[in-house]
Design a protein around this ligand. Structure first.
Ligand SMILES: [Zn+2]
Length: 151
């Protein structure tokens, strides 16, 4: 299960790198083990429960989101995971029926709107099989056979 780094850092998915960095540094301070004891001793009563985020998760989130290429890849994986979790699929298509684009190493299929479904080879290798249209909100599941070297 993929962690939601945006949720961990409490930033919107379209946050800029500067915003993410600022929030990361802020969280590091808040969730530093020394600070946590301070916060807990300063607060009293059940209403002020201090939400603990593991420092490791905060660092992991930053390490991923700070690199544009990793972030792009993470974004599409996260999106697909959420779609699967919600179970919203409007259509099914076969990978064989999609057009292959050599420049981007991606498979493309037109949507009934003027948009298109795009899935990259990297995503396929990760097991991603759900894609959202580039223009509308329709979602398709892509069927494909996993290449088997033994055959
Ligand atoms: Zn569409």
């Amino acid at each position: 299960m993929l962690k939601d780094y945006y949720e961990i850092l409490n930033v919107p998915q379209d946050a800029s790198l500067a915003e993410i960095k600022q929030q990361y540094q802020r969280l590091l301070l808040i969730h530093h083990p020394d600070k946590q004891q301070q916060n807990q001793s300063q607060q009293s009563g059940p209403a002020s429960t201090f939400l603990l985020i593991p420092l490791q998760d905060i660092k992991e989130a930053w390490e991923c989101l700070r690199e544009p290429a990793r972030r792009d890849f993470y974004d599409s994986s996260l999106k697909a995971m959420k779609l699967r979790a919600n179970g919203q699929v409007n259509d099914d298509i076969d990978l064989d029926d999609m057009d292959y684009d050599e420049d981007t190493c991606s498979y493309i299929s037109p949507c009934r709107c003027s948009g298109e479904y795009v899935i990259s080879e990297d995503e396929l290798e990760l097991g991603v099989d759900t894609v959202v249209c580039s223009t509308c909100s329709l979602i398709v599941r892509i069927h494909y056979e996993v290449a088997n070297d033994d055959e």
